[in-house]
Design a protein around this ligand. Structure first.
Ligand SMILES: Cc1ncc(COP(=O)(O)O)c(C=O)c1O
Length: 362
């Protein structure tokens, strides 16, 4: 619809500004220097080594590049592969909603059952008492996502303690979707599962280079797990994608030396969140819910309409030329709390153009 109505698109989650030219040059160099054939199934070795070093420096956990890190064609593929590695028909998987749209189909295609738990509106925290109630002998996995799409909620240390108390003594596997690892604001520390070696033993942690380096179209990511789980993961990966784009892996290896490129991301995106939020507050009738991370912020529109969120976003796309996403789309049952998602990871001009439209909605 954004295309059809030539709308300013704050719907989909991708940056509309340029990525690093240093990184594109490094990939060009890799191609020109002959890195154009298959890389190893588990990923280009120096890249896995660079990632292990990064994990050690950020989270103080030693992971083996040989046995614990696998490069994948994007975060979504890493998640799919982890689910396919573990799930058998009839298994149950705890999924918190609203949820990134690939999770439920990826569970169902494996014959397993998503057990859906709502994050508590409006702060979208996990109610761990409900999680305890939903655990059965069939619970095989719990899926986490922090920073969270679509809400911008982040896990705190006490969430990790609660998680630990639930999984200890069980065979439950954790899938931690951390594609927004560096997109975290307000000096909050990212609660990566990689910080917790006891949890990593039973986890797949999934990442996306696309989100980190503003190149979502590259579809490159990776997963980190225990050696025994990763061995099984690679059996699925080997006969699916087998090996990922080599020159990008070579370029990323060199670029990972530039720590500032990923460490500065949080404050860069926080400035965008703040710029957008200040204008939304002063110029429009939308009310922000807090966003602590990701590309996204949710807004209430109760001061301008009581329509269902889907009807509202379709109308404003057509009538005002501004595209957003209704949060009900992230619930299997279409739960509608009358909030919509804006992607603020955009150029200043795009944000300004969006505000010009949004201020007309009264
Ligand atoms: C929560 C979440 N996980 C995973 C992904 C996908 O990452 P990739 O593009 O690397 O597959 C996205 C992309 O929007 C996302 O929002």
């Amino acid at each position: 619809m954004a295309t059809e109505y030539k709308a300013v698109n704050l719907g989909q989650g991708f940056p509309d500004f340029d990525m690093s030219h240093e990184l594109t040059s490094l990939v060009n160099d890799a191609m020109n220097n002959g890195f154009n054939q298959y890389s190893p199934m588990q990923g280009y070795t120096p890249l896995r080594e660079a990632l292990a070093e990064k994990v050690e420096s950020l989270y103080k956990t030693a992971v083996s590049p040989d046995t614990q890190v696998t490069i994948t064609p994007g975060g979504t593929y890493a998640i799919y592969t982890a689910l396919t590695t573990v799930l058998q028909p009839g298994d149950e998987v705890i999924v918190f909603e609203p949820a990134y749209d690939s999770y439920i189909p990826n569970i169902e295609v494996n014959g397993a059952l998503p057990v859906l738990i709502d994050l508590k509106f409006p702060d979208y925290k996990i109610d761990w008492d409900i999680v305890k109630q939903k655990i059965t002998s069939k619970t095989r996995m719990i899926m986490l996502n922090s920073p969270h799409n679509p809400t911008g909620a982040v896990l705190r240390e006490d969430d990790i303690q609660q998680l630990r108390s639930i999984v200890t003594g069980t065979n439950i596997i954790i899938l931690s979707d951390e594609v927004y690892e560096h997109l975290i604001f307000d000096n909050i520390a990212h609660q990566s599962i990689l910080r917790y070696p006891d949890l990593l033993e039973r986890s797949f942690v999934c990442f996306s280079f696309g989100k980190v380096y503003h190149c979502t179209g590259w579809k490159l990511g990776y997963s980190i797990s225990s050696p025994s789980l990763m061995k099984e993961f690679r059996k699925v990966h080997q006969f699916n994608c087998f090996s990922c784009h080599t020159p990008s892996q070579v370029g990323l290896t060199a670029f990972l030396k530039n720590k500032d490129a990923y460490l500065s991301l949080g404050s860069f995106l926080q400035q965008k969140r703040d710029y957008f939020q200040q204008l939304m507050q002063s110029e429009t009738a939308f009310t922000a819910l807090p966003s602590y991370g990701s590309y996204f912020q949710l807004y209430k529109y109760n001061r301008v309409s009581d329509e269902a969120d889907k009807d509202f976003v379709m109308r404003i796309t057509k009538q005002y030329g501004i595209a957003t996403i209704p949060v009900s789309a992230f619930y299997k049952a279409g739960t509608d709390n009358k909030v919509i998602r804006f992607c603020f990871c955009k150029k200043k001009e795009t944000i300004d153009a969006a505000i010009e439209k949004l201020c007309l909605i009264k």
